[in-house]
Design a protein around this ligand. Structure first.
Ligand code: FAD
Length: 461
């Protein structure tokens, strides 16, 4: 239960210079950045183990102008990156926030690599929709579990306390919105109050709160939520009571390729490298190349809310760099067949319709098809063919507390709160108000860049 109380007469059980709520990428990076500035941060995490949506993700962080890109001969710049983010967000994202993340993502990824020994490299064998350059930086397993484990180890190595199994419930604030401290509840029912010099909200969005999803994102009200269940919208609920400005609450990241019934993310590489999607009737239904986020609602509109990714063995080879894809394959989600007839029979779609779809794709290669997608001339699918039954899901929300470029939370009536910061999914993202505004990687982009800025800004208080 998220509450705000006046802070008069609270005798805090302990006092810390900086308190951080949430031990995902944003929270742990904020703690590491503050630690670098010589400030002791304490992180409060509701779960018994550190995970968050960060652990569920592919752990890919987009960044422009990095040495990892240069090593592979990739030309890119923060300016080009900012243009890509702004275009995908239909011009709705805050320009200053966009410029900040585009400028700081490269230095943030290099800082993580150099200071915390994280072996990033750039995915260069396929590109994500909307990015003008190969700029997705990932760890060897291409999994967020590896990212969060490395962040947790880095925090532990620096003796940063992570108080797990504690839910932050009540913020104590004075009349000016100065946050004096927080009350947290442990699993055994005990409560403690922690006073703080500054507070960073890194507790992600409201994807795990069905009532808020229904209120702000009705099109995803009945969809599978694929993010971390602990993300209950506390930042937004506290913000409402404190009089914080909230922004882009209908924005979200969806994903139109989650293997069902296995519930495992299937990389969009399966689509971007030349694959496509058909529904139970064997028919295509959208321009898949626009992005996986908007594809979620497209898939959910199909009969039974399911569809099939259709690709081939070459593409499966690229997708296997992802731990998730390998797990899906091990779990029996990948269907392979030597002919399209056999594939259609195995997935139960009409052969003639599926064949007609592929014939049309081949006939229009190099030019826009009936959905406006242009399939590459040199990436025709060939036997053996592959299919995976998928559904659409809500991954995380993109709306949240309005922040400035120092990640200070802004008041509805103007100006920032004196010592309150927000980063990652707790704050507004750079995707605007629609699922289609989400450029791949916007989630960890704002978690990592704003997490680092939040830690540094809060430490400077
Ligand atoms: C399947 C999947 C794949 C994804 N892949 C990518 C990708 O490759 N690249 C990308 O950029 N983005 C990706 N995303 C999005 C990305 O995971 C998130 O945007 C990002 O992890 C958000 O980080 P965070 O630190 O804000 O939140 P989280 O990692 O969710 O951490 C928030 C933490 O706060 C805790 N918490 C919440 N409320 C409280 C409270 N009251 N008290 C104490 N603790 C609390 C939660 O338990 C949680 O551990 C993906 C998302 C999903 C679901």
């Amino acid at each position: 239960m998220s509450r705000v109380q006046e802070s008069e007469d609270v005798d805090f059980d302990s006092e810390v210079p900086l308190l951080i709520i949430g031990a995902g990428a944003a929270g742990l990076i904020a703690a590491l950045a503050a630690n670098e500035e010589g400030i002791d941060a304490v992180v409060v995490e509701r779960e018994a183990a550190v995970s968050g949506s960060t652990a569920l993700s592919a752990g890919l962080i987009p960044a422009a102008g990095t040495r990892f890109q240069r090593a592979q001969g990739i030309e890119d710049s923060p300016k080009l990156f900012a243009e890509d983010i702004a275009r995908k967000a239909h011009g709705e994202a805050d320009v200053k926030l966009v410029q900040t993340v585009a400028r700081d993502a490269g230095p943030t990824v290099e800082w993580l690599a150099d200071t915390f020994d994280m072996p990033f490299d750039v995915i260069a064998d396929f590109n994500y929709p909307g990015h003008s350059a190969h700029r997705m930086h990932g760890l060897p397993s291409r999994s967020g579990a590896e990212l969060i484990d490395r962040l947790r180890s880095a925090a532990e190595a620096r003796d940063i306390p992570i108080l797990t199994g504690r839910v932050a419930e009540t913020l104590f604030a004075d009349d000016d919105g100065f946050i004096e401290g927080v009350e947290v509840a442990a699993r055994d029912g005990t409560r403690e109050t922690i006073g703080c010099g500054a507070l960073v909200l890194a507790c992600n969005g409201y994807g795990g709160n069905p009532a808020l999803v229904k209120q702000f994102i009705p099109e995803m009200a009945d969809a599978l939520y694929f993010g971390h269940p602990g993300n209950q919208g506390d930042a937004v609920l506290w913000g409402e009571v404190l009089g914080a400005k909230l922004a882009s609450l209908s924005g979200y990241q969806g994903h139109g390729s989650v293997a069902t019934p296995h519930n495992i993310l299937i990389t969009w590489a399966a689509i971007m490298e030349g694959g496509f999607q058909v529904n139970r009737e064997g028919r295509r239904f959208a321009n898949e190349s626009l992005g996986y986020s908007e594809a979620a609602a497209d898939v959910l509109r199909q009969p039974d809310g399911i569809a099939f990714d259709i690709f081939d063995a070459r593409i499966a080879g690229i997708a296997r760099q992802f731990e998730d894809f390998k797990n899906a394959e091990k779990g029996g989600a990948l269907i392979m067949a030597d002919t399209l007839d056999e594939l259609a029979a195995r997935i139960g779609v009409p052969t003639d319709v599926l064949k007609a779809e592929l014939a049309e794709i081949d006939a229009t290669r190099g030019q826009a098809d009936r959905f406006g997608r242009t399939f590459a001339t040199d990436k025709a699918l060939g036997a053996p063919y592959c299919a995976i039954k998928i559904t659409g899901a809500l991954f995380h929300t993109q709306g949240g507390l309005a922040i400035d470029t120092q990640t200070r939370v802004l008041k509805q009536r103007g100006g920032p709160f004196p010592n309150l910061f927000a980063a990652g999914g707790a704050a507004v993202g750079v995707s605007g108000t629609k699922a289609s505004g989400y450029l791949s990687g916007n989630g960890l982009l704002t978690a990592t860049v704003f997490g680092r800025i939040a830690g540094t800004s809060a430490a400077k208080l």
